[in-house]
Design a protein around this ligand. Structure first.
Ligand code: TRP
Length: 461
């Protein structure tokens, strides 16, 4: 094992395919970050946690914790050019078990994919529902009934999820560069334009101001410890950090890529898309009488109401859900990449076999989430359905814990020299000051902040 360890990094580095251009790197990293987290999770969590106050904490968590951890992860991946487990083994002193971060990351990937693939399944199903026109209504009762009919039907929930898993598996079998890069590059701008259109429509609605006030006027009394934890968990989930996804993508980064610039761009674009989704949804929520705290259903019941206000709304809604499915696909691919590369490089399975095994495990584990609103509706652990539990444990426990250890690893083991060489590309970029500031955050601020938020949010004190 140890012999293998010390050579794992460099050897794998030669054999790996990488992203072919600087723009490809940005597009693929953005493709991982942007997904249902923006279009589905961000609006529903903002709605359920009181609006603007939640948004404010989310932005702070992104800046203080998210960005530094993202730069750390990408740097580690690029330095070792291997999967997360081998990366941490190669960079850590012998016998220190930092590679366990990679193992936890693989577990998180399975938990996240189990519920995420079900939400993608709803999006796929909505493409067809939209085509039939039956959901195009601004009446909450109509759109809620349509959504409930879908999620409470065990057969539909399962079949759509299997469809999603087969689809994603197929793309992954094509390989890193072609599969991921090509998809994500082209379609993001169209999604962006469509969101802009939705915002314009939503802002023209009667109670648009009420929606905007909900989104931008913080009510500080609503910011409780668990709201802060949820906001921080969302920051990790949104940037795809804390479990090795960005480490894996970092391993495909070119050596001349400007890491801080790339992460800041990805973060800004990602935040921008979330904001657009929020502005598209909340004015409609208040105008048509939806409940802001409707939970995971929120987007699926309000988006049809917005489209019902525009000419050709039915067909634009089809386009919207197709693009949402594509954005979600980019994110899913990056999630799958972690277990697939680990199984491939650590257990010696061929890439196709590793992909098939991952899909097979997800069919089994994912079923528990697909059936959370039907056959398994009464099966609860810690008071939560499997869908909610997997979501809670991954976003609020595993990802932040992963973030703590990644920050500690860079701050106390890897060290300021290597980190600053990584952010400056060996002194070629003028990022020295920035590297030192980020290093300070990683060494002292981020780990402590994450820990306090976690312990308080989980009611340890
Ligand atoms: N960030 C993606 C989204 O917002 C989801 C995602 C992709 C993710 N890879 C991840 C979340 C890794 C956590 C960890 O939809």
């Amino acid at each position: 094992m140890n012999e293998k360890t010390s050579t794992a990094g460099p050897k794998l580095g030669l054999a790996r395919a990488g992203f072919s251009s600087g723009f490809g790197v940005l597009a693929a990293t953005l493709g991982s970050a942007v997904g249902l987290g923006n279009i589905w999770k961000f609006p529903y969590l903002t709605g359920a946690n009181g609006g603007a106050g939640f948004l404010l904490v989310y932005v702070l968590a992104t800046l203080l914790v998210g960005l530094p951890v993202m730069m750390a992860e990408i740097s580690l991946g690029r330095a070792a050019k291997a999967n997360p487990i081998s990366t941490l083994q190669a960079l850590a002193p012998k016998r220190q078990p930092w590679w366990l971060i990679g193992v936890a990351g693989m577990l998180a990937a399975f938990l996240i994919l189990s519920f995420y693939s079900e939400v993608v399944a709803w999006v796929f199903a909505y493409v067809f529902k939209a085509m039939r026109g039956s959901i195009l209504s601004s009446d909450p009762q109509v759109t809620e009934a349509a959504f409930n009919a879908l999620i409470s039907d065990p057969l539909q929930s399962l079949l759509w999820q299997w469809g999603v898993l087969v689809f994603i598996g197929g793309i992954l079998l094509l390989g890193v560069t072609k599969g991921i890069e090509a998809m994500t590059k082209k379609l993001m701008p169209i999604l962006f334009l469509l969101l802009l259109l939705l915002c314009a429509v939503s802002l023209s609605l009667d109670k648009a101001l009420q929606g905007l006030a909900f989104l931008f006027q913080p009510d500080f009394s609503k910011i409780t410890a668990s709201v802060v934890l949820t906001a921080m968990g969302l920051a990790f989930f949104k940037l795809s950090i804390g479990m090795g996804t960005m480490m894996t993508y970092g391993s495909y980064f070119r050596d001349d890529q400007n890491i801080p610039l790339t992460t800041v761009r990805v973060m800004s674009a990602d935040l921008c898309i979330s904001m657009l989704a929020g502005i598209a949804i909340f004015p409609a929520v208040f105008t048509f009488g939806f409940a802001p705290a409707a939970g995971p259903a929120l987007v699926f019941i309000t988006i049809p109401a917005v489209f019902s206000q525009i000419p050709m709304g039915q067909w634009l809604m089809v386009v919207f859900f197709v693009l949402a499915a594509i954005a979600a696909t980019g994110a899913m691919l990056s999630l799958m990449e972690v277990p697939v590369v680990i199984l491939h490089e650590r257990l010696g399975l061929s890439r196709p076999k590793a992909t098939l095994l991952t899909i097979g495990l997800l069919v089994v584990l994912g079923a528990s989430c697909a059936l959370s609103n039907s056959a398994l509706a009464d099966f609860k652990l810690f008071g939560m359905s499997m869908f909610d539990l997997f979501d809670f444990v991954s976003s609020n426990i595993i990802l932040p814990a992963g973030g703590i250890f990644i920050a500690l690893f860079v701050g106390w083991v890897w060290g300021v020299d290597k980190f600053s060489r990584s952010l400056t590309n060996h002194g070629q970029l003028h990022n020295q000051k920035l590297a030192q500031a980020v290093f300070f955050l990683l060494r002292y601020v981020s780990p402590a902040l994450i820990l306090v938020v976690m312990l308080k949010g989980l009611k340890f004190f």
